[in-house]
Write a protein that binds this ligand. Structure first.
Ligand code: NCD
Length: 330
């Protein structure tokens, strides 16, 4: 495993505090996260128009470098780049030279020689995006689209954007993250973002085997009982069992998991009546979430997907053209 550095924000910000790479939300300021959401708000209206393009990244080349399968994240990054008028190259490792033994660094050097401007990186090793960010030429930005169990910062920002749009605030909210916390980069990034934005009541709900032993050090309260964990919550973020990241048996059976931790309409009586249900996808119906909840009136899962485009447009434009980002408006 490649280990991310302890203070990665030194790497991801310019000397005047603007975004250069987006590798993790950890260590970033509330002001910067708010600016990302404000910028995304302006792009959300672009993506709702019939002509969905703005010229901010015209002439720039964005490379989607995916070493792990993905549908939503890769396609929303691709759409985001295209709506900013960038040229986009999609490289999936299964069909690229890395599957023939080429090293990550050689792949990067070759793409740099083609004068690309941005790498969007997904990798199953924690720290892969940091590693690339430390190697690239000064004009190139690196966006982390998920590294191992470590971080998924654009997912966290689209989750925060969704919460802000639907709840209009962060202070005073009660938020539960339910499911496979242990293997989840989304949980880690969401926890950091929620804390930075002022959420004090953050619960993580999972079987003991899927809770990291040191999770309380992140400032969250662990629960092993779903009804207790979601009591009076405003927001519930459901997570999939990340089977591809598990080695060994963490749960007795999927049936038992669903009966203890599956979110159903009858469990939801414990949450606030206006609770919103989120999920980064892909959802596993009947494992962590019942179809009636996933498709129900409190689910905002598909809104998260739409918001992903606006948030990724925001992050890409801020990283590429820091001087033109709008000033904070809220
Ligand atoms: C998440 C991921 O890849 O970490 N999904 C996503 O980005 N859409 C969560 C998951 O895979 O369960």
């Amino acid at each position: 495993m490649i280990h991310p550095p302890a203070l990665p924000h030194g790497l991801q910000l310019t000397a005047d505090g603007r975004l250069r790479h987006f590798l993790t939300v950890e260590g970033l300021s509330r002001e910067l996260l708010t600016r990302i959401m404000d910028t995304a708000e302006s792009f959300a209206s672009v993506t709702e128009q019939s002509v969905k393009k703005v010229p901010l990244l015209r002439g720039k080349t964005v490379v989607n470098l995916f070493f792990e399968t993905s549908t939503r994240t890769r396609t929303t990054f691709e759409l985001a780049a295209k709506r900013l008028s960038a040229d986009v190259l999609n490289i999936n490792v299964a069909t690229s030279a890395t599957s023939k033994g080429e090293s990550l660094l050689d792949t990067i050097r070759n793409l740099e020689a083609m004068h690309v401007d941005m790498f969007v990186v997904r990798h199953d090793e924690s720290g892969a995006a940091h590693f690339i960010a430390r190697q690239v030429a000064p004009h190139i930005s690196v966006i982390n689209a998920g590294d191992g169990w470590h971080a998924h910062p654009t997912q966290a920002m689209l989750d925060m954007f969704t919460i802000r749009r639907l709840k209009q605030r962060f202070e005073g909210l009660k938020v539960a993250i339910v499911g496979d916390i242990f293997h989840s980069r989304v949980a880690r990034s969401d926890i950091h973002a929620l804390r930075i934005l002022g959420v004090r009541d953050i619960r993580v709900v999972a079987p003991r085997t899927l809770l990291p032993t040191d999770i309380a050090t992140l400032g969250v309260t662990p629960y092993c009982d779903l009804d207790e964990g979601i009591r009076d919550t405003d927001v519930i973020i459901m997570l999939r069992l990340q089977k591809e990241r598990m080695s060994g048996a963490f749960i007795p059976s999927l049936h038992e998991y669903f009966s203890r931790f599956g979110l159903t309409d009858s469990r939801l009586v414990h949450a606030r009546p206006d609770v919103i249900i989120m999920h980064p996808g892909p959802i596993n119906r009947g494992v962590e979430i019942d179809s009636a909840v996933a498709d129900g009136s409190r689910s905002v899962i598909l809104q998260q997907v739409s918001h992903g485009i606006a948030v990724r447009m925001a992050v890409m434009s801020m990283a590429m053209q820091p001087a033109i980002t709008p000033e904070k408006t809220t």
